[in-house]
Design a protein around this ligand. Structure first.
Ligand code: HSE
Length: 435
């Protein structure tokens, strides 16, 4: 007995920027290859973007053109809706809601949309017996959503952390290796298609925070809670910090962390000093890396391209293949009604910090700084004072490394130091982690 062949999977793709155009080209170039893997053809039958006249380097002649993605989401000609418009609200949200309301599966790369509205959208998907696939939203081409949502689903995850923003890693590693300015590195990242439409999302840490919120939800079975993430970006990282870190045996990476703790989960995104010999310090350029620690797996690390058209298109296409094969898993791994409300874990007093204080060189400054540290029960592991060659004699750079403490204690101490009036530039504080 032969079973009847599956009907073609008809896609509507909204957004034809770097990723959308790459995806259309990939689906066309690999049409036979994908049909063999899924047992059906995958057709791009509709597309939506603002400018129909722009040459995107792909043949769109057989696709129906929609200037409004919401209208495309309502088309009876499509079976699934691919959202590559971007942005947490507006056309992206409206069109995804329209598609889910009709029971269409949504495939998206939009981490901001899912971090901010994922719970409501996942619930809407469930009501309409469908789901949202979003591998491309987190860590570009790395299959981390699939790993957490499917293959590691039998584990209790205790910690997820890693490099979640390619643009920041690209900037930090080029500053470190080539001594290139922050602005030049950012411009190159934009030209290479790594950065978000608004690159402040990258450099202020919000892009990494959106991704972390999604990882946390799947890993810990909690509602996405991006507003509960303490976020510091990389804009304050200077070449002085990069060279001080190197002298101390560290490199600086923007990391996202989510950890099971007392009473809940801790989530944070911040520049981090990591030992130069650690695996994470070796992650260069646009590469992302995500470590997952679970009760049966121990630790596993996935690394790969975190941004860019090809890597992101690969992730979207992987979701399309899953859909074509008939895989259906709840958006965040479990039904929305089973997701626990997010609660913050108690802070643990085991964080070590690097502090860079640029001070006027006068009697009593050092004693005052030490006093504020003692007032906040912060014990110091090392203290280095030096004058930079490009500064006047009366300015000094003080580098402090603390023993284990809390972020709140360091914030208090730094606030008190800033009030004293001897700082000649903004103080810097970077958490130190050993893996
Ligand atoms: N702007 C993002 C990054 C792209 O640099 O990682 C992928 O989300």
């Amino acid at each position: 007995m032969t079973s009847s062949p599956l009907p073609p999977l008809r896609l509507g793709i909204a957004g034809l920027g770097t990723v959308g155009a790459e995806l259309v080209g990939m689906l066309q170039n690999k049409a036979n290859f994908l049909a063999q893997r899924t047992g059906r053809t995958i057709d791009v039958v509709a597309v939506s973007a603002r400018n129909p006249d722009k040459d995107r380097g792909v043949d769109l002649s057989s696709a129906q053109w929609f200037s409004d993605p919401v209208e495309m989401a309502s088309s009876a000609e499509i079976d699934a809706f691919v959202e590559l418009v971007g942005g947490a609200d507006g056309a992206a949200k409206n069109s995804v809601e329209a598609a889910l309301s009709r029971g269409l599966t949504v495939i998206t790369a939009n981490k901001a949309l899912l971090a901010d509205h994922g719970l409501a959208l996942a619930a809407l998907a469930e009501e309409n017996d469908t789901t949202i696939l979003f591998e491309a939203a987190v860590a570009g081409g790395i299959p981390v959503i699939k790993a957490l949502r499917e293959q590691l689903a039998a584990n209790q995850v205790d910690r997820v952390y890693g490099i979640l923003n390619g643009t920041c890693n690209y900037i930090l590693t080029r500053m470190e290796r080539e001594g290139i300015s922050f602005d030049d590195c950012l411009a190159d990242a934009q030209a290479l298609g790594y950065a978000e439409a608004d690159p402040t999302f990258d450099i202020e840490g919000f892009d990494a925070a959106h991704k972390l919120a999604l990882l946390t939800s799947i890993a810990f079975g909690t509602e996405p809670a991006p507003s509960q993430i303490a976020v510091d970006g990389i804009t304050s990282i200077s070449s002085a910090d990069i060279s001080a870190a190197a002298e101390l045996g560290y490199r600086i990476r923007l990391l996202g962390f989510a950890m099971r703790g007392e009473g809940g989960v801790t989530q944070r995104v911040h520049p981090t000093m990591v030992p130069e010999t650690s695996a994470i310090a070796a992650i260069d350029g646009v590469t992302n890396a995500v470590a997952i620690e679970g009760d049966y797996i121990g630790a596993t690390v996935l690394q790969g391209p975190g941004a860019g058209g090809k890597a992101t298109a690969s992730a979207v296409a992987g979701d399309i293949v899953d859909l074509a094969r008939g895989t259906k898993i709840p958006t965040f791994g479990i039904q929305t009604g089973a997701l626990a409300p997010f609660t913050n874990a108690e802070p643990r007093p085991d964080a070590r910090f690097y502090l860079r204080l640029h001070v006027t060189d006068k009697a009593g400054v050092f004693a005052a700084i030490a006093g504020h540290m003692a007032d906040n029960s912060i014990s110091l592991e090392s203290i280095v004072q030096r004058r930079r060659s490009d500064e006047p004699d009366d300015a000094k750079m003080i580098i402090l490394i603390t023993h284990g403490t809390t972020r709140a204690a360091v914030d208090q101490a730094v606030k008190a130091i800033a009030k004293d009036g001897y700082l000649v530039s903004d103080p810097q504080m970077i958490r130190i982690e050993h893996f």
